[in-house]
Design a protein around this ligand. Sequence first.
Ligand code: R5P
Length: 300
Amino acid sequence: MGKCCVVPGCNEPGVAERLAVLLGCSIARVYRKRFPDGELYVRVEDGIGRDSTVLIVNTMYPRQDHSFVETLLLVDAVARMGAGKIIAIIPYIAYSRQDKVFMKGEPVSIEVLLRSLSVAGATHLVTVDIHNPSSLEHFSGWRYNLLVSDLLVEKSLEYLENPVVIAPDKGALERALHAARTLGLEYDYLVKKRDRVSGEVSLEPKEISVNGRDVVIVDDIISTGGTIALAAKKCLDSGAKRVVVAATHSLLISNALKKIVDAGVYKLITTNSIPLIARNDFIQVVDLSERIADTIKSIT
Ligand code: R5P
């Protein structure tokens, strides 16, 4: 890889420095301030070599809107400095669940985000376990969605014996499948119903052979914790011995963590795709840096 520079965003979840070391890149300093009216100002303070590779590392939780605007500004800034490849590394992309018009009058938010990144000048996009991988077609450059459910489920094997990998709904099946195939485990999924108006989630009974078995539940996002808590309860009610949750992006809004603990979950295994609100023995964090670095090496 030629001359490269990592530009960390305000929300960078602790992977920028490690990526710079793994890829032999320098780290740029970024000056930021707020104008009196609240608008954001950024300036990349170190020289970006003409035609060099620049990695903009940011993530979109918390402060989704702020982080999105900052990412666009950083991309534009380095493009104007003459960067060649501009690789946006955004482990968690916000607005990804609004990936279609569910009710008349709604936007397709993820399309707006991804098209904006392309227009600003990002030539490559690397993300982690985006809610719907086909959304990435809205980014016009090279893009890659890293699936990490195998890493998370592998970690769960420290606590579980020959677990069944369970997706809480059909939409998460690819994640369960990816982990189960990689690690030679059985998998299944639960049937979820969400009321689009009230947001309430319920699970329909499904024949799953978790009786007397350990279970690892795999999902992309934990937001309010409702989906995971219900899935865990369902598995434990069906006779599961121990339930571990493996989720890529742990937003853990409000009392989500308590809901998950109260549901009887043994451990939560997650990644550093976003800054975590809590660190304790219940939450185990798998570092994404090496997986991301390997992906970057394959395109530079
Ligand atoms: C939904 O389709 C996603 O994959 C997650 O299951 C969902 O976003 C989790 O949300 P919550 O934690 O609020 O139930």
